[in-house]
Ligand binder design. Structure first.
Ligand code: KIV
Ligand code: ZN
Length: 504
């Protein structure tokens, strides 16, 4: 069996998803989770693009020891120099330099002729190789490029010192058969291709990113560029958990392996979803809530007789604990902490009391506490480390004959502020009171509530999307009281906006 190297770009391409900005602390937490699960390469960011990006890349480089830390640069000297400074303290540094190779990008975006593009690529790779031991070259928009031109630029990039050649489907345009043929053609037509590892970086505009990457793998790709939950520019990138489990479940067909500890996949997915407040669709492969549930009688009957009738992998294999957590208040603190351990959740000792007391609150309000409840509590408490606003208290007067009125108290970095406001309904009144306190002008564009777990006492999870100054910010909050969950979600989105203002 041959190994497929996994290159995670959640912190770079993933963060390019609108609304997915992360604070430095959050990025380090994600990077550590990636390292723990056995990822080979972490793309930490684009150092030249801002001082914050530079700092993030430098901090990831200092922190991560087992994985290669890679940073992005255009094919220009200043970008590459900054990139080399950002990875200076990495145990295994890599510079990833790219230039567009498709006619449309060269003519309209770069305004350069193809020969100049080749010269720039060669110069960039040579310059980078003098600064770091490992260089990856990407031919941006490769799948809309002339194949003969690609063979030439790839050959020259390898001669200049690139040992990883990435063939991105930048705009998610290719199809599995076509991408497979392109990879095979590159292997057949580039004389020095055996001196490099071929990499796939597929976007999901047609929903084909995972299929295209797998077809690439069958034709010679040995590094897959992926993101947790498939986040990334526009429709996103190939999803880490889908690629890993496709190779794992169908090893009979693919005959490849990865070094990923698959039992860490669910945790990584939840961690990211909470960090950037992007809800995971219930039917999302591998990590969605529905993927191990069986609705129809025929399916349930089959699963009772033998799980394999309708399950091609076990929940445990991706880190989901299948049995319902039925402890109540009487179960005790040790049993609760043991359960966190079983779920691969680590919490700092100073957070144990608060997380346990949140568990007791939920256990009081509900008959059964599920793993999803526990993830929600932990995410709530550990999620946004950079907290500017914290909901301290709220009170609502509402009904069919009174004007809904909310009084809200918020802790604004240590200062307690209180305001009251009316609204069209209780949630509108809460949001209006919060707006009065924060003095931030927002436009609510999304509001969703969903029960995280079954039953009338279920924990409700609210997700909101707000627009501030033309930019989108998502927020999530959970509680057995949906008004409280709504207030928390709104405050969470405002905290994300505050993080972004610091980053900018
Ligand atoms: O999609 C793309 O082409 C990229 C490159 C920078 C690799 O993200
Ligand atoms: Zn990309």
């Amino acid at each position: 069996m041959e190994k497929i190297f996994l290159f995670d770009t959640t912190l770079r391409d993933g963060e390019q998803s609108p609304g997915a900005s992360m604070s430095l602390d959050q990025k380090i937490t994600i990077a550590k989770q990636l390292e723990k699960m056995g990822i080979d390469v972490i793309e930490a960011g684009f150092p030249v693009s801002s001082p914050y990006q530079f700092e993030t890349c430098a901090t990831v480089s200092k922190t991560i020891k087992d994985a290669t830390v890679c940073v992005l640069s255009r094919a220009v000297e200043n970008d590459i120099l900054k990139a080399s400074e950002a990875v200076a303290s990495a145990a295994r540094p890599r510079i990833h330099t790219f230039i567009a190779t498709s006619p449309i990008h060269m003519e309209y975006k770069l305004k350069k002729d193809p020969e100049t593009v080749i010269d720039m690529a060669v110069a960039a790779v040579k310059y980078a190789r003098n600064l770091v031991p490992e260089v990856e070259f990407s031919a941006e928009d490769a799948t809309r490029s002339d194949w003969e031109f690609l063979y030439r630029i790839v050959e020259k990039a390898i001669n200049a010192g690139a040992t990883i050649i990435n063939i991105p489907d930048t705009v998610g345009y290719t199809t599995p058969d076509e991408y497979g043929r392109l990879i095979k053609a590159i292997r057949d037509n580039v004389p020095n291709i055996d001196k490099a590892i071929l990499s796939a970086h597929c976007h999901n505009d047609l929903g084909l990113a995972v299929a295209n990457t797998l077809s690439g793998i069958n034709n010679g790709i040995r590094q897959a560029e992926i993101t947790i939950n498939g986040i990334g520019e526009r429709a996103g990138n190939a999803a880490l958990e889908e690629i890993v489990m496709a190779l794992n479940v169908r090893k009979d067909f693919y005959d490849f392996y990865t070094d990923i500890d698959t039992t860490q996949l669910y945790k990584a997915s939840r961690l990211l979803a909470n960090t950037i407040a992007f809800p995971i669709p219930r039917n999302k492969p591998i990590v969605g809530e529905n993927v191990f549930l069986h609705q129809s009688g025929i399916h349930q009957d089959g699963v009772i007789k033998n799980k394999k009738t309708y399950e091609i992998m076990t929940p445990e294999s991706v880190g989901r604990v299948s049995n319902t957590f039925t402890f109540g208040r009487q179960s005790g603190r040790n049993a609760f902490l043991q359960r966190l351990k079983d779920m691969n959740i680590e919490i700092p000792s100073d957070k144990k009391d608060i997380i346990y007391s949140r568990f007791l609150e939920i256990a009081d309000a509900k008959k059964e506490v599920y793993d999803e409840d526990i993830f929600s509590i932990v995410n709530d408490e550990l999620g946004t480390k950079t907290v500017f606003f914290k909901l301290d208290y709220f009170n609502i007067i509402s009904g069919d004959v009174v004007e809904p009125t909310a009084t809200v108290r918020i802790d604004k970095t240590g200062k307690i502020l209180k305001e009251a406001a009316t609204g069209d309904g209780p949630i509108d009144a809460i949001f209006n009171a919060i707006d009065k306190i924060t003095e931030i002008e927002t436009n609510l564009i999304e509001y969703n509530v969903q029960a995280v777990t079954p039953g009338r006492e279920a924990l409700g999870e609210v997700s909101v999307g707000i627009e501030i100054g033309g930019e989108y910010f998502a927020g999530r909050g959970s509680s057995t009281d949906i008004l409280e969950a709504s207030a928390k979600a709104y405050v969470n989105a405002l905290n994300r906006y505050m993080i972004k203002t610091q980053i900018d």
